[in-house]
Design a protein. Structure first.
Length: 156
């Protein structure tokens, strides 16, 4: 790849699911590739992605993501993509088997944490095997954030 093309990927795309860490306790994280069409990757590079309502599930031994919103590409004509279609996640076989065995446990789910563009210009997604937090867990997290914020204020 030439220098001109590498400079195109220098802009850091890092879209996070901010609610995920508040709603879930992460047990394990994985990095997966995404099967995308041409206009989808262009929209991701523009940063027009929402992970707020997205979730992952298994279908016939393969992992898919549903409800991830990728806005239609503005420069495309009639060959644009569906904004909320299900997309296949690419993991190796060992990771899929490990995830599927843990996913079958009661109370665990697979949620997307962030989308980023790697050094080669490919879209990658960080997913987490997570357990939902109870209300008292959320209160403890809020209390810990408040204490940290107060300590940071006192240092200055």
């Amino acid at each position: 790849m030439s220098k001109e093309k590498r400079n195109k990927f220098d802009k850091v795309i890092n879209i996070r699911n901010k609610k995920a860490s508040f709603e879930f306790e992460f047990i394990d994280t994985f990095t997966a590739g995404l099967m995308l069409s041409g206009t989808e990757i262009k929209s991701i590079r523009e940063g027009k992605v929402s992970l707020n309502e997205a979730y992952c599930y298994f279908k016939r031994g393969e992992l898919f993501i549903k409800q991830m919103h990728i806005a239609p590409y503005s420069m495309a004509s009639s060959y644009n993509h569906d904004a909320v279609r299900e997309r296949k996640l690419l993991l190796n076989k060992k990771e899929l088997e490990k995830l599927e065995s843990k996913f079958e446990e009661k109370g665990l789910s697979i949620i997307p944490v962030r989308i980023f563009i790697n050094d080669k210009g490919l879209a990658k997604m960080e997913i987490a095997l997570a357990r939902g937090k109870k209300l008292h867990d959320k209160r403890q997290d809020i209390k810990a954030k408040d204490v940290k914020r107060e300590l940071d204020r006192m240092k200055f």
